[in-house]
Ligand binder design. Structure first.
Ligand code: BV8
Ligand code: ZN
Length: 251
C-alpha cells in the first residue's frame, strides 16, 4: 500500500475478502496489545531497565540469574493488571463468532485475546500468567495477588518459571502443528501487529501464501511481510479491525 493510499477502500477490500472466505487464519503480535498499554518488544517503550527483552527471555538468562528474569516477568504481570482488551482484540472475538472457520494464532503471552472473548486461541509462545515448576513440571495459574514474590511449586516447593516459550526453546508441538495447519489451509490470512522477525511464527505468512491464501497485513510500520501482502493497511489495529469486522455486514 502506498504511504498515502486512502484507507477506506482497503478496509472494504479486506472486509470483502473475509466475507467470501471459508477459512481465515489470523496471526497477532505485540502490536495488537499496544493500544491496551502493553509495551511492544521492539518499539520505543520496548526496553526494560535499558535491556532488550530478548536478553532476558532465554533459558540461559534464567539459569544464570532467575531472580532478575523473574523481576522482568513480575514487572510485566503487574503492568498487565492495568491493561484491558482494546477494540482490536474485541473485533477479533466478534470475527470468531461470525466465521466458524476462523483461527486466531497469537505470539502474545498477555492473555488479552481470551479476556476479549476469543475462545479458539493458539498461543504459540505460551502464557505469562502460568507458573511452571522447574523440577516436576506442575503448572499453576498465577492469581495476580502476590506479584512481588518469586513463585515456587505448590507440590514440590522447587523454583517455578514463567510458562512462556523463551528464545532458543521449541514451541509447544501440538499448538504449533495446529497453527501451521490453519495457515496452510486458510483462504485469507490476516497478519496483525507483528514485526514478523521472530521465527518460526514469522514463517506462517509464507506457509499461508504457499497454500494459496490471500494475505492482508495491518501494521502502522512496514515489515518483511508488507511487500508480499495482497493488502497492507498502515493503521493501528484498534482502529482498522473494528472497521473491517463492522464491514462484514451481519453484526
Ligand atoms: C525456536 C515469549 C527452534 C517470551 C517470545 C539462534 C539460536 C536459537 C534460535 C534462533 C537463533 N536465531 C534465530 C533463532 C530463532 C529465534 C528467533 O526467531 N529469533 C529472532 C530474534 C531472530 N526463535 C526462537 O528461538 C523460537 N524457537 O526457534 O525453536 C530452535 C530451538 C533451538 C535452537 C534453534 C531453533 C522461540 C521464539 C519465541 C520467543 N518468545 N515471547 C516473552 O514474551 O517474554 S517472542 C516475542 O517476540 C514475543 O512473543 C513477541 O510477540 C514476539 C514477536 O515480536 P512481535 O510480537 O512482532 O512484537 P514487536 O515488538 O517485534 O513488533 C510489534 C509490531 O507491532 C511492530 O511491527 C509495530 O509496528 C506494530 N505495532 C505497534 N503498534 C501497533 C502495531 N500494529 C498494529 N497496531 C498498533 N497499534
Ligand atoms: Zn514441582
Amino acid at each position: 500500500m502506498a504511504a498515502n493510499e486512502p484507507l477506506l477502500p482497503l478496509l472494504e477490500r479486506v472486509a470483502e475478502l473475509l466475507r467470501g472466505a471459508e477459512r481465515i487464519a489470523c496471526l497477532t503480535g505485540a502490536g495488537v496489545s499496544a493500544e491496551s498499554g502493553v509495551p511492544t518488544f521492539r518499539g520505543v517503550g520496548g526496553l526494560w531497565e535499558g535491556r532488550r527483552p530478548e536478553t532476558l527471555a532465554t533459558p540461559e538468562a534464567f539459569a544464570s540469574d532467575p531472580e532478575e528474569v523473574w523481576r522482568f516477568y513480575l514487572w510485566r504481570r503487574r503492568l498487565l493488571l492495568a491493561c484491558k482488551p482494546n477494540p482490536g482484540h474485541c473485533a477479533l472475538a466478534r470475527l470468531e463468532r461470525q466465521k466458524p472457520g476462523f483461527t486466531l494464532i497469537t505470539q502474545n503471552v498477555d492473555g488479552l485475546h481470551l479476556q476479549a472473548g476469543s475462545r479458539r486461541v493458539l498461543a504459540v509462545h505460551g502464557d505469562i500468567w502460568i507458573d511452571r515448576c522447574t523440577r516436576c513440571g506442575r503448572e499453576a495459574r498465577s492469581t495476580g495477588e502476590d506479584l512481588e514474590t518469586i513463585p515456587r511449586c505448590g507440590a514440590c516447593g522447587a523454583l517455578a518459571r514463567p510458562g512462556v516459550v523463551w528464545f532458543g526453546e521449541m514451541l509447544p508441538t501440538d499448538v504449533w502443528t495446529q497453527a501451521e495447519r490453519a495457515a496452510a489451509s486458510c483462504d485469507v490470512m490476516l497478519v496483525v501487529g507483528t514485526s514478523s522477525l521472530v521465527y518460526p511464527a514469522a514463517s506462517l505468512a509464507d506457509v499461508a501464501r504457499a497454500g494459496g491464501a490471500t494475505i492482508a497485513e495491518i501494521n502502522p510500520e512496514a515489515t518483511p511481510v508488507t511487500s508480499q501482502a495482497d493488502v497492507a493497511i498502515s493503521s493501528p489495529s484498534g482502529q482498522a479491525l473494528p472497521a473491517i469486522v463492522d464491514g462484514l455486514g451481519t453484526s
